[in-house]
Write a protein that binds this ligand. Structure first.
Ligand code: PMP
Length: 397
Protein backbone atom coordinates (compact mmCIF):
# COMPACT_ATOMS: atom_id res chain seq x y z
CA UNK A 1 0.00 0.00 0.00
CA UNK A 2 2.98 2.33 0.28
CA UNK A 3 2.60 3.32 -3.36
CA UNK A 4 -0.45 5.37 -2.32
CA UNK A 5 1.51 7.50 0.19
CA UNK A 6 2.07 10.42 -2.18
CA UNK A 7 -1.64 10.52 -3.08
CA UNK A 8 -2.66 10.33 0.59
CA UNK A 9 -0.25 13.16 1.50
CA UNK A 10 -1.47 15.35 -1.35
CA UNK A 11 -5.09 14.91 -0.33
CA UNK A 12 -4.26 15.59 3.32
CA UNK A 13 -2.48 18.82 2.38
CA UNK A 14 -5.59 19.93 0.51
CA UNK A 15 -7.84 19.16 3.49
CA UNK A 16 -5.41 20.83 5.93
CA UNK A 17 -5.87 24.06 3.99
CA UNK A 18 -9.42 24.06 5.43
CA UNK A 19 -11.45 23.22 2.33
CA UNK A 20 -14.29 20.74 1.94
CA UNK A 21 -13.04 17.74 -0.03
CA UNK A 22 -14.18 18.51 -3.61
CA UNK A 23 -14.14 14.80 -4.38
CA UNK A 24 -16.36 13.63 -1.48
CA UNK A 25 -19.49 15.73 -1.85
CA UNK A 26 -22.67 14.08 -0.53
CA UNK A 27 -26.14 15.07 -1.74
CA UNK A 28 -28.28 14.68 1.38
CA UNK A 29 -31.45 15.33 -0.60
CA UNK A 30 -32.15 16.00 -4.27
CA UNK A 31 -35.10 18.31 -4.85
CA UNK A 32 -35.09 18.58 -8.64
CA UNK A 33 -32.64 18.22 -11.55
CA UNK A 34 -31.16 21.58 -10.55
CA UNK A 35 -31.34 21.69 -6.74
CA UNK A 36 -29.98 19.58 -3.90
CA UNK A 37 -29.23 19.87 -0.21
CA UNK A 38 -25.49 19.66 0.41
CA UNK A 39 -24.13 19.98 3.95
CA UNK A 40 -27.53 21.24 5.11
CA UNK A 41 -27.68 24.01 2.52
CA UNK A 42 -29.96 24.43 -0.51
CA UNK A 43 -27.58 24.33 -3.45
CA UNK A 44 -27.97 24.96 -7.18
CA UNK A 45 -26.53 22.07 -9.17
CA UNK A 46 -24.33 23.24 -12.04
CA UNK A 47 -22.04 20.24 -12.10
CA UNK A 48 -24.14 17.25 -13.08
CA UNK A 49 -24.56 15.86 -16.59
CA UNK A 50 -28.32 16.03 -16.26
CA UNK A 51 -28.44 18.07 -19.48
CA UNK A 52 -32.07 17.43 -20.34
CA UNK A 53 -33.35 17.27 -16.76
CA UNK A 54 -34.91 13.83 -17.21
CA UNK A 55 -34.22 12.48 -13.69
CA UNK A 56 -37.51 13.80 -12.29
CA UNK A 57 -39.66 13.36 -15.38
CA UNK A 58 -42.96 11.87 -14.13
CA UNK A 59 -43.26 9.38 -17.03
CA UNK A 60 -39.69 8.20 -16.49
CA UNK A 61 -40.26 7.69 -12.77
CA UNK A 62 -43.54 5.88 -13.39
CA UNK A 63 -41.85 3.49 -15.86
CA UNK A 64 -39.19 2.67 -13.26
CA UNK A 65 -41.74 2.03 -10.52
CA UNK A 66 -43.86 -0.20 -12.77
CA UNK A 67 -40.81 -2.25 -13.77
CA UNK A 68 -39.80 -2.66 -10.11
CA UNK A 69 -43.28 -3.96 -9.31
CA UNK A 70 -43.47 -6.31 -12.29
CA UNK A 71 -39.91 -7.59 -12.61
CA UNK A 72 -38.32 -7.08 -9.18
CA UNK A 73 -35.19 -5.21 -8.23
CA UNK A 74 -32.52 -6.94 -10.32
CA UNK A 75 -31.74 -9.52 -12.97
CA UNK A 76 -29.06 -11.52 -11.14
CA UNK A 77 -27.12 -12.23 -14.28
CA UNK A 78 -25.51 -11.58 -17.62
CA UNK A 79 -27.40 -10.50 -20.72
CA UNK A 80 -26.16 -13.71 -22.28
CA UNK A 81 -27.75 -16.03 -19.71
CA UNK A 82 -30.58 -15.01 -17.38
CA UNK A 83 -30.16 -11.21 -17.55
CA UNK A 84 -32.21 -10.21 -20.59
CA UNK A 85 -35.72 -9.05 -19.63
CA UNK A 86 -38.46 -7.45 -21.72
CA UNK A 87 -37.24 -3.93 -21.04
CA UNK A 88 -33.65 -4.63 -22.16
CA UNK A 89 -35.17 -5.44 -25.54
CA UNK A 90 -37.39 -2.36 -25.22
CA UNK A 91 -34.56 0.05 -24.58
CA UNK A 92 -32.47 -1.40 -27.42
CA UNK A 93 -35.44 -0.86 -29.76
CA UNK A 94 -35.82 2.71 -28.45
CA UNK A 95 -32.14 3.32 -29.30
CA UNK A 96 -32.57 1.89 -32.83
CA UNK A 97 -35.51 4.24 -33.30
CA UNK A 98 -33.70 7.23 -31.78
CA UNK A 99 -30.60 6.82 -33.97
CA UNK A 100 -32.34 5.39 -37.04
CA UNK A 101 -29.86 2.52 -37.03
CA UNK A 102 -30.32 -1.25 -37.35
CA UNK A 103 -28.26 -2.34 -34.33
CA UNK A 104 -28.14 -1.40 -30.65
CA UNK A 105 -26.34 -3.10 -27.75
CA UNK A 106 -26.78 -1.95 -24.15
CA UNK A 107 -23.96 -2.22 -21.61
CA UNK A 108 -24.05 -1.69 -17.85
CA UNK A 109 -22.32 1.74 -18.11
CA UNK A 110 -20.91 4.05 -20.76
CA UNK A 111 -17.47 3.24 -19.40
CA UNK A 112 -18.08 -0.43 -20.15
CA UNK A 113 -19.47 0.37 -23.60
CA UNK A 114 -16.16 1.97 -24.56
CA UNK A 115 -14.14 -0.68 -22.76
CA UNK A 116 -16.05 -3.45 -24.53
CA UNK A 117 -16.40 -1.97 -28.00
CA UNK A 118 -12.80 -0.81 -28.41
CA UNK A 119 -11.18 -3.92 -26.95
CA UNK A 120 -13.41 -6.21 -29.00
CA UNK A 121 -13.39 -4.35 -32.34
CA UNK A 122 -9.62 -3.89 -32.62
CA UNK A 123 -7.74 -7.18 -32.62
CA UNK A 124 -4.15 -8.36 -32.86
CA UNK A 125 -2.14 -6.60 -35.56
CA UNK A 126 -4.78 -3.89 -35.88
CA UNK A 127 -4.68 -0.26 -34.76
CA UNK A 128 -6.72 2.06 -32.53
CA UNK A 129 -6.08 5.71 -33.34
CA UNK A 130 -7.36 8.06 -30.65
CA UNK A 131 -7.39 11.74 -29.71
CA UNK A 132 -4.86 12.54 -26.95
CA UNK A 133 -7.63 14.08 -24.81
CA UNK A 134 -9.85 11.01 -24.95
CA UNK A 135 -11.93 9.98 -21.96
CA UNK A 136 -10.42 7.45 -19.53
CA UNK A 137 -12.86 4.77 -20.69
CA UNK A 138 -11.43 5.03 -24.22
CA UNK A 139 -7.86 4.70 -22.94
CA UNK A 140 -8.90 1.77 -20.78
CA UNK A 141 -10.62 0.12 -23.76
CA UNK A 142 -7.26 0.31 -25.54
CA UNK A 143 -5.44 -1.19 -22.55
CA UNK A 144 -7.92 -4.02 -22.25
CA UNK A 145 -7.44 -4.94 -25.91
CA UNK A 146 -4.46 -6.21 -27.87
CA UNK A 147 -4.33 -3.73 -30.77
CA UNK A 148 -1.54 -1.20 -31.33
CA UNK A 149 -2.37 2.27 -29.99
CA UNK A 150 -1.64 5.51 -31.85
CA UNK A 151 -2.47 8.92 -30.37
CA UNK A 152 -2.94 12.15 -32.31
CA UNK A 153 -2.92 15.76 -31.10
CA UNK A 154 -6.27 16.91 -29.70
CA UNK A 155 -8.67 17.88 -32.49
CA UNK A 156 -5.86 18.07 -35.06
CA UNK A 157 -7.09 16.77 -38.42
CA UNK A 158 -3.60 17.21 -39.83
CA UNK A 159 -1.98 15.05 -37.14
CA UNK A 160 -4.67 12.37 -37.50
CA UNK A 161 -4.13 12.27 -41.27
CA UNK A 162 -0.34 12.10 -40.86
CA UNK A 163 -0.44 9.26 -38.33
CA UNK A 164 -2.97 7.25 -40.34
CA UNK A 165 -0.72 7.68 -43.38
CA UNK A 166 2.19 6.00 -41.56
CA UNK A 167 0.25 2.80 -40.78
CA UNK A 168 0.26 -0.28 -43.03
CA UNK A 169 -2.38 0.29 -45.69
CA UNK A 170 -3.97 -3.14 -45.32
CA UNK A 171 -4.10 -3.25 -41.49
CA UNK A 172 -7.45 -2.89 -39.69
CA UNK A 173 -7.81 0.59 -38.17
CA UNK A 174 -10.34 2.06 -35.76
CA UNK A 175 -10.37 5.83 -35.22
CA UNK A 176 -11.99 6.79 -31.90
CA UNK A 177 -13.37 10.32 -31.51
CA UNK A 178 -15.68 12.22 -29.18
CA UNK A 179 -18.37 14.65 -30.32
CA UNK A 180 -17.96 16.93 -27.29
CA UNK A 181 -14.80 16.76 -25.17
CA UNK A 182 -16.04 16.75 -21.61
CA UNK A 183 -13.43 18.76 -19.74
CA UNK A 184 -13.56 22.05 -21.67
CA UNK A 185 -16.72 21.40 -23.68
CA UNK A 186 -15.10 21.85 -27.10
CA UNK A 187 -16.41 20.17 -30.26
CA UNK A 188 -14.51 17.84 -32.61
CA UNK A 189 -14.18 18.77 -36.29
CA UNK A 190 -15.81 15.42 -37.04
CA UNK A 191 -16.52 16.15 -40.69
CA UNK A 192 -12.85 16.57 -41.54
CA UNK A 193 -11.77 13.77 -39.19
CA UNK A 194 -14.20 11.26 -40.61
CA UNK A 195 -13.08 12.22 -44.14
CA UNK A 196 -9.41 11.68 -43.18
CA UNK A 197 -10.28 8.33 -41.57
CA UNK A 198 -12.19 7.11 -44.62
CA UNK A 199 -9.37 8.22 -46.93
CA UNK A 200 -7.07 5.80 -45.08
CA UNK A 201 -9.64 3.00 -44.92
CA UNK A 202 -10.27 3.29 -41.15
CA UNK A 203 -13.54 2.58 -39.35
CA UNK A 204 -14.80 5.32 -37.04
CA UNK A 205 -16.30 5.14 -33.55
CA UNK A 206 -17.66 8.37 -32.05
CA UNK A 207 -18.46 8.73 -28.35
CA UNK A 208 -21.43 11.11 -28.18
CA UNK A 209 -21.84 10.97 -24.38
CA UNK A 210 -22.07 14.75 -23.97
CA UNK A 211 -24.26 15.62 -26.95
CA UNK A 212 -27.20 13.20 -26.91
CA UNK A 213 -30.56 14.91 -27.01
CA UNK A 214 -29.51 18.38 -28.09
CA UNK A 215 -27.05 18.27 -31.04
CA UNK A 216 -28.44 17.61 -34.51
CA UNK A 217 -32.01 17.74 -35.80
CA UNK A 218 -32.91 14.51 -33.94
CA UNK A 219 -30.60 14.99 -30.98
CA UNK A 220 -28.29 12.19 -32.15
CA UNK A 221 -25.11 14.11 -31.53
CA UNK A 222 -22.38 16.18 -33.10
CA UNK A 223 -22.03 13.69 -35.96
CA UNK A 224 -25.65 14.40 -36.95
CA UNK A 225 -25.15 18.15 -36.57
CA UNK A 226 -22.16 17.96 -38.95
CA UNK A 227 -24.09 15.94 -41.55
CA UNK A 228 -22.28 12.62 -41.03
CA UNK A 229 -25.18 10.19 -40.91
CA UNK A 230 -24.23 6.95 -42.60
CA UNK A 231 -20.50 7.74 -42.35
CA UNK A 232 -19.81 6.87 -38.70
CA UNK A 233 -19.53 3.12 -38.11
CA UNK A 234 -20.22 3.04 -34.37
CA UNK A 235 -21.78 5.56 -31.98
CA UNK A 236 -21.21 5.04 -28.26
CA UNK A 237 -23.39 6.75 -25.69
CA UNK A 238 -24.49 6.66 -22.08
CA UNK A 239 -27.70 6.78 -20.08
CA UNK A 240 -25.93 8.64 -17.26
CA UNK A 241 -26.15 12.09 -18.83
CA UNK A 242 -29.07 13.34 -20.96
CA UNK A 243 -31.06 10.12 -20.43
CA UNK A 244 -30.89 10.61 -16.66
CA UNK A 245 -30.20 7.11 -15.32
CA UNK A 246 -27.26 4.71 -15.70
CA UNK A 247 -26.08 2.45 -18.53
CA UNK A 248 -24.17 2.61 -21.79
CA UNK A 249 -24.71 1.58 -25.38
CA UNK A 250 -23.36 1.32 -28.87
CA UNK A 251 -25.45 1.69 -32.03
CA UNK A 252 -24.38 0.73 -35.54
CA UNK A 253 -25.65 -0.18 -38.99
CA UNK A 254 -22.88 -2.70 -39.55
CA UNK A 255 -24.40 -6.01 -40.78
CA UNK A 256 -22.20 -8.05 -38.41
CA UNK A 257 -22.75 -5.82 -35.35
CA UNK A 258 -24.64 -8.50 -33.39
CA UNK A 259 -21.46 -10.61 -33.29
CA UNK A 260 -20.13 -8.20 -30.65
CA UNK A 261 -22.51 -9.80 -28.14
CA UNK A 262 -20.73 -13.12 -28.61
CA UNK A 263 -17.20 -11.85 -28.13
CA UNK A 264 -17.27 -8.80 -25.87
CA UNK A 265 -16.08 -9.57 -22.33
CA UNK A 266 -17.49 -6.42 -20.63
CA UNK A 267 -20.88 -7.36 -22.12
CA UNK A 268 -20.76 -11.06 -21.25
CA UNK A 269 -19.03 -11.28 -17.89
CA UNK A 270 -21.11 -8.89 -15.82
CA UNK A 271 -24.71 -8.58 -14.67
CA UNK A 272 -27.19 -6.65 -16.80
CA UNK A 273 -28.88 -3.43 -15.70
CA UNK A 274 -31.85 -3.74 -13.32
CA UNK A 275 -35.30 -3.73 -14.98
CA UNK A 276 -36.21 -0.38 -13.39
CA UNK A 277 -33.13 1.22 -14.93
CA UNK A 278 -33.74 -0.01 -18.46
CA UNK A 279 -37.43 0.89 -18.21
CA UNK A 280 -36.60 4.48 -17.18
CA UNK A 281 -33.98 4.65 -19.94
CA UNK A 282 -36.44 3.46 -22.59
CA UNK A 283 -39.05 6.03 -21.60
CA UNK A 284 -36.47 8.79 -21.41
CA UNK A 285 -34.87 7.98 -24.80
CA UNK A 286 -38.32 7.98 -26.44
CA UNK A 287 -39.20 11.33 -24.84
CA UNK A 288 -35.87 12.84 -25.94
CA UNK A 289 -36.94 12.30 -29.56
CA UNK A 290 -39.52 15.04 -29.08
CA UNK A 291 -37.79 17.28 -26.52
CA UNK A 292 -37.46 20.31 -28.80
CA UNK A 293 -38.46 22.82 -26.10
CA UNK A 294 -35.89 21.46 -23.67
CA UNK A 295 -33.17 21.58 -26.33
CA UNK A 296 -33.85 25.25 -27.00
CA UNK A 297 -33.87 26.08 -23.31
CA UNK A 298 -30.57 24.24 -22.74
CA UNK A 299 -28.85 26.20 -25.51
CA UNK A 300 -30.35 29.44 -24.23
CA UNK A 301 -28.98 28.64 -20.77
CA UNK A 302 -25.53 27.84 -22.15
CA UNK A 303 -25.42 31.16 -24.01
CA UNK A 304 -26.65 33.10 -20.97
CA UNK A 305 -24.04 31.58 -18.64
CA UNK A 306 -21.16 31.77 -21.13
CA UNK A 307 -21.96 35.37 -22.09
CA UNK A 308 -22.32 36.48 -18.47
CA UNK A 309 -19.02 34.92 -17.37
CA UNK A 310 -17.13 36.37 -20.34
CA UNK A 311 -18.54 39.80 -19.59
CA UNK A 312 -17.28 39.60 -15.99
CA UNK A 313 -13.78 38.81 -17.22
CA UNK A 314 -13.47 35.08 -16.51
CA UNK A 315 -11.25 33.07 -18.84
CA UNK A 316 -13.31 30.26 -20.38
CA UNK A 317 -12.34 27.02 -22.13
CA UNK A 318 -14.14 27.94 -25.35
CA UNK A 319 -14.58 31.34 -26.97
CA UNK A 320 -18.20 30.66 -27.80
CA UNK A 321 -20.88 28.56 -26.06
CA UNK A 322 -20.21 25.44 -28.14
CA UNK A 323 -21.85 22.85 -25.87
CA UNK A 324 -23.68 22.54 -22.53
CA UNK A 325 -20.31 22.57 -20.72
CA UNK A 326 -18.76 25.90 -19.73
CA UNK A 327 -15.29 25.59 -18.21
CA UNK A 328 -13.83 28.42 -16.13
CA UNK A 329 -10.05 28.22 -16.43
CA UNK A 330 -7.99 29.07 -13.34
CA UNK A 331 -4.30 29.52 -12.63
CA UNK A 332 -3.56 26.74 -10.17
CA UNK A 333 -4.98 24.35 -7.61
CA UNK A 334 -5.04 26.99 -4.87
CA UNK A 335 -7.14 29.38 -6.95
CA UNK A 336 -9.42 26.60 -8.20
CA UNK A 337 -10.05 25.27 -4.69
CA UNK A 338 -10.67 28.75 -3.27
CA UNK A 339 -13.22 29.58 -5.98
CA UNK A 340 -14.87 26.17 -5.72
CA UNK A 341 -15.21 26.43 -1.93
CA UNK A 342 -16.53 29.99 -2.02
CA UNK A 343 -19.17 29.00 -4.57
CA UNK A 344 -20.21 25.98 -2.50
CA UNK A 345 -20.50 28.06 0.65
CA UNK A 346 -22.81 30.43 -1.24
CA UNK A 347 -24.98 27.57 -2.53
CA UNK A 348 -23.57 26.59 -5.93
CA UNK A 349 -22.08 23.24 -6.86
CA UNK A 350 -19.76 23.00 -9.87
CA UNK A 351 -17.10 20.37 -10.67
CA UNK A 352 -13.55 21.10 -9.76
CA UNK A 353 -11.30 19.37 -12.26
CA UNK A 354 -7.54 19.04 -12.19
CA UNK A 355 -4.77 17.03 -13.82
CA UNK A 356 -4.61 14.21 -14.81
CA UNK A 357 -8.31 14.44 -15.78
CA UNK A 358 -7.82 17.82 -17.48
CA UNK A 359 -5.86 18.62 -20.65
CA UNK A 360 -2.47 20.36 -20.51
CA UNK A 361 -2.21 20.50 -16.73
CA UNK A 362 -5.10 22.97 -16.40
CA UNK A 363 -7.21 23.62 -13.30
CA UNK A 364 -10.80 24.36 -14.05
CA UNK A 365 -14.29 24.72 -12.67
CA UNK A 366 -16.57 22.88 -15.00
CA UNK A 367 -20.15 24.06 -15.21
CA UNK A 368 -22.67 21.85 -16.98
CA UNK A 369 -26.08 23.25 -17.76
CA UNK A 370 -29.50 21.68 -17.54
CA UNK A 371 -32.57 22.47 -19.64
CA UNK A 372 -34.40 22.89 -16.33
CA UNK A 373 -32.22 25.76 -15.09
CA UNK A 374 -34.42 28.85 -15.02
CA UNK A 375 -33.28 32.31 -16.10
CA UNK A 376 -33.45 33.33 -12.44
CA UNK A 377 -31.13 30.44 -11.46
CA UNK A 378 -28.60 31.38 -14.15
CA UNK A 379 -28.68 34.96 -12.94
CA UNK A 380 -28.16 33.75 -9.35
CA UNK A 381 -25.24 31.59 -10.58
CA UNK A 382 -23.67 34.59 -12.30
CA UNK A 383 -24.04 36.71 -9.16
CA UNK A 384 -22.31 33.96 -7.12
CA UNK A 385 -19.48 33.75 -9.65
CA UNK A 386 -18.98 37.51 -9.47
CA UNK A 387 -18.94 37.52 -5.67
CA UNK A 388 -16.63 34.48 -5.47
CA UNK A 389 -14.34 35.86 -8.17
CA UNK A 390 -13.94 39.12 -6.25
CA UNK A 391 -13.58 37.43 -2.86
CA UNK A 392 -10.79 35.16 -4.09
CA UNK A 393 -9.00 37.74 -6.24
CA UNK A 394 -9.66 35.85 -9.47
CA UNK A 395 -11.58 38.96 -10.64
CA UNK A 396 -10.27 42.42 -9.82
CA UNK A 397 -12.27 43.75 -6.82
N1 PMP B 1 -17.48 8.74 -22.40
C1 PMP B 1 -17.34 10.02 -22.03
C2 PMP B 1 -16.85 11.02 -23.03
C3 PMP B 1 -17.65 10.41 -20.73
O1 PMP B 1 -17.48 11.68 -20.35
C4 PMP B 1 -18.12 9.45 -19.81
C5 PMP B 1 -18.50 9.78 -18.39
N2 PMP B 1 -18.11 10.96 -17.87
C6 PMP B 1 -18.24 8.14 -20.24
C7 PMP B 1 -17.92 7.82 -21.54
C8 PMP B 1 -18.70 7.05 -19.30
O2 PMP B 1 -20.05 7.08 -19.12
P1 PMP B 1 -20.73 6.39 -17.85
O3 PMP B 1 -20.89 7.43 -16.79
O4 PMP B 1 -22.05 5.92 -18.36
O5 PMP B 1 -19.87 5.26 -17.41
Amino acid sequence: MSKFDALIAERQALLDSGVTDPFSIVMDAVKSPTEAVIRGKDTILLGTYNYMGMTFDPDVIRAGKDALDQFGSGTNGSRMLNGTFRDHMGVEQALRDFYGMAGAIVFSTGYMANLGMISTLAGKGEYVILDADSHASIYDGCKQGVAEIVRFRHNSVEDLDKRLGRLPADAGKLVVLEGVYSMVGDIAPLKEMVAASKKHGAMVLVDEAHSMGFFGANGRGVYEEQGLEGQVDFVVGTFSKSVGTVGGFCVSDHPKFEAIRLACRPYIFTASLPPSVVATAETSVRKLMHAHGKREQLWKNARRLHGGLVQMGFRLGTETPDSAIVAVMLEDQEQAVAMWQTLLDRGLYVNMARPPATPMGTYLLRCSLCAEHSDAQIDAVLAMFRAAGEATGVLPG
